[in-house]
Design a binder for this molecule. Sequence first.
Ligand code: PLP
Length: 463
Amino acid sequence: MSDYPYTDRFIVNRALPASGRPRADVLAEMNAMATEEDAFWETGRCSGTMYCGDHEHYAFMNEAFGRFAHVNALQRDMCPSQTKFEGEIIAMTLDLFHADAVTDATPVGIVTTGGTGSILHAVLAYREHAGQTRGVVHPNLVKPETAHPAFDKACHLFGVEVRNAPVDPESLTVDVGWVAGAIDENTIAIVGSACNYGYGTIDPIGELGQVALSRGIGLHVDGCLGGFLLPFGEELGYDIEPFDFRVPGVTSISADTHKYGYAFKGTSVLSFRDIALRNAQYFFLTGWSGGKYCSPGMEGSRSGGLIAATWAAMVSIGHDGYLGYARAIFETSAAMQDAVRSHPELRILGKPTFLFSFTSDEFDIYHVNDSMRQRGWRFNGQQYPNALHMAVTRPQTQPGVAESFATDLAEAVDYAKKHAADAPASGAIYGGVAGGMTDEADDFIRSVMAGMMDAQSSLPEGA
Ligand SMILES: *Cc1c(COP(=O)(O)O)cnc(C)c1O
């Protein structure tokens, strides 16, 4: 599919229209695009990305959003509603993570713009806290190699050295001994994922907590993906080790409301075991001529609509709702994993739960991807080793989707066996932006990223 399928169908705006267009026309054009794009994932054949997929829930959140979208959540004197919404989002999240088990500290949180936002704020908080309390000036962070690139991004932005711990090739969980050996007096924190994005495996959080406690440093648990799902899996009786504030040594947890919290894109919660850590990252400027300035995180103005819609999602779904959705997701994932295990040519990596990853020792797994793509499936691709992952979300829990996964997978395995000698068409890239990327030359990656932003330079002449 072209990246610019609309150039022939709709007016291309290279400057503001000379006079405004009727709202109805504008909405009709947007409606056409949205309806066609939604049809792609509504089939349930798209891994991750669309966590909820329920248009009635979206309509409800849009109403909540619309009431407050024009509000700047930074101006609290004008909108005490935002204080209520944000405070309750944090309280509900802390409760889910058993902050009540914390007796010697004061658990708090912040609402950020997404998983990356939560991870950025966590790394900043650890850096500032270590600087303020221990005089660390050359900070480092020890993370599993499998932890999300947002940690590398945060370290890049905030001048923190990254120490990548290897994972055990069988369990695909972090080598705790390596982590312990990499810690020194400049280590600000260590990281564990519950679960990681690539394999869906959960690092040994209890052991990491002991290491963190014995060395007097923090342990951040990345629950961006699993934070709003795994607690319900545990409640349903699945074999999921605790990863939250019940575990000694866990000092912060990131969990994305915009994933399995079923809110709109643009929010996540970062929870802290203790207020001192969160408050260490606050920035304020009291001497500015424009007035005393303070903001609770890295953002300035924030959308009141997103905070309102996130609150509305959480209180309208409720504990029972989340539990029911989780049951369907875990059951669907188990059925899909059974389908993978029924093929001796395929191998599931580690011990996953709702997100599973698989490879093959007999052929390049990207042949399976190529064939599944023809059938409308969209997986996330991995490398070292080449593998595909499926993050099961609510759209896959529709009747018939797990069954068609099994049928299509059987045909894809046949296809892969027949084409084992050829080079596959697809390759590994996060989020599936580009297929067929065969090298990692920096210039090429930069041009892919620029292509997403600079559409105007690529639009056909005269369009
Ligand atoms: C999605 C994800 C992130 C980053 O979140 P964004 O919302 O994309 O910024 C971090 N960690 C894990 C495990 C994730 O799945």
